[in-house]
Design a protein around this ligand. Sequence first.
Ligand SMILES: [Zn+2]
Length: 134
Amino acid sequence: MAFCSKCGSQLNDGDKVCGNCGTPVPGAAHSGSSNDTLMGILAYLGILALVPYLVKDQPAFVHAHAVRGMNLFLLEVIAWVAVGIFSWVPVLDGILSSVVGVASFVFSLIGIINVANHEDKDLPLIGSVRLIKN
Ligand SMILES: [Zn+2]
């Protein structure tokens, strides 16, 4: 059980400010959101998307980004398979792998920026592609 650092009155679990004097409770307001941000960023780091995706009882914001990250990861796997199929074609091979590499990086970056800005929105272009829905 926690007590207010200023007036000493008892705090309930989850209180962000003291009910008596309004003093912010250290850590309470931000601990959840910084963890959400970390989990959200993991969603856009390739296979690490499995971490926020599989951990139960995530906030809706984190889960939505985990689903986006999983879809991005699957699309990248498909794209790399396609690159592999065309790897015998000179020039095209190099172009495809460059495009997939840059696109993967850019989409991950956009996703991470969305998480950092606490924006619950889809990725451009591929946002509507849902191999995994939830
Ligand atoms: Zn207080």
